[in-house]
Design a protein around this ligand. Structure first.
Ligand SMILES: NC(=O)c1ccc[n+]([C@@H]2O[C@H](COP(=O)([O-])OP(=O)(O)OC[C@H]3O[C@@H](n4cnc5c(N)ncnc54)[C@H](O)[C@@H]3O)[C@@H](O)[C@H]2O)c1
Length: 288
């Protein structure tokens, strides 16, 4: 039996990411008790019923006041308000960490909110699905996946080590990265693809004649490509706004590639198209 790393974990936002973290740590035997906080009362009750959490807190202050670690897994625009509201109730030594998909602004705003004697460690698990809420959570979500931590020069070494051990216990490989690098990398490999998927659904749906349900004819390619457009709209609104600098640079780059592609289609330039698709295929095949 693994020795618990901590007695009490409080998860704020018991959705896919927060709920899966709770389940993974419980399954690994590294936490004794998980308290859940969620502004959606139905979701919190479901989390309790499903055994994702052991206790549902009546308020954020109640939820965090006995926690050794607080895991904030709400949409990125709500992380700092949650941390600010929780701060006066954090017990001495408490470590607050998050799961937000954007890091630079979030870490900059959260670090100064933490009271002296408590610690903040920015984090982002590179795992997920297009589903939301406690019902979507599962213990194996993080197994074999990366988790990124974004410590700064003021991050407490013991707090960082504890968060690292928790993610490792959840089954993931932990890497540390500068927050700015993180935001540039994930603008490219995650945030841009989500924007493209959302826009593609609009483009195809908007191309239909008035009474035609064009999406009913969608087959494998369209469905595979647009799976991520089923992701939570609030979560992606917040990510697009918070990482807009890095995302705009990538959107501009994408528009350039796309308009070049368009002009070669307009010119019926078969050799160019074939070479372009060959390069894309080689790069894509290289990922697998
Ligand atoms: N889904 C993914 O693929 C993925 C992957 C990595 C990181 N993330 C990040 O994890 C975080 C959570 O994402 P998720 O997919 O678990 O979302 P989710 O919608 O499944 O869960 C979020 C939960 O937070 C609750 N919530 C929202 N605002 C709150 C507030 N102010 N106080 C208390 N509860 C609140 C919601 O009711 C919901 O239950 C986001 O910051 C997201 O960027 C998501």
């Amino acid at each position: 039996m693994t020795k618990p790393l901590i007695k009490t974990l409080t998860v704020v936002g018991v959705g896919l990411i927060g709920g899966s973290f709770a389940l993974a740590l419980k399954a690994a035997g590294v936490v004794e008790r998980v308290i859940g906080v969620d502004r959606n009362a139905d979701n919190l009750a479901l989390a309790l019923q499903l055994g994702v959490i052991d206790e549902a807190a009546a308020s954020l202050a109640d939820g965090v006041c006995s926690a050794q670690v607080v895991f904030v897994a709400v949409p990125v625009g709500s992380v700092a308000p949650v941390v600010a509201q929780a701060a006066p109730s954090l017990p001495p030594g408490c470590v607050v960490t998050d799961a937000g998909s954007v890091k630079e602004e979030l870490v900059q705003v959260c670090e100064p909110l933490i009271p002296s004697g408590c610690h903040f460690v920015g984090g982002h698990p590179i795992a997920g699905t297009e589903h939301s809420g406690a019902a979507a959570a599962f213990a194996e979500l993080y197994r074999g996946k990366r988790s990124i931590l974004t410590p700064t020069e003021v991050t407490d070494a013991d707090a960082l080590e504890l968060v690292r051990q928790l993610w490792q216990a959840a089954g993931s490989r932990v890497e540390c990265m500068e927050a700015t690098t993180h935001d540039r990398v994930f603008a490219a490999v995650s945030h841009l693809p989500h924007m493209v998927a959302y826009a593609l659904v609009h483009a195809v749906a908007g191309s239909a004649e008035a009474e035609e349900n064009i999406l009913a004819f969608s087959a494998g390619g369209f469905r595979d490509f647009t799976r991520i457009a089923s992701s939570d709209p609030v979560m992606w609104r917040d990510i697009a706004l918070m990482n807009r600098g890095a995302l705009l640079a990538l959107l501009d780059r994408y528009l350039l590639e796309f308009s070049t592609l368009r002009s070669h289609v307009a010119d019926s330039d078969g050799p160019w198209l074939e070479a372009f698709f060959h390069t894309s295929k080689r790069l894509r095949d290289g990922i697998i």
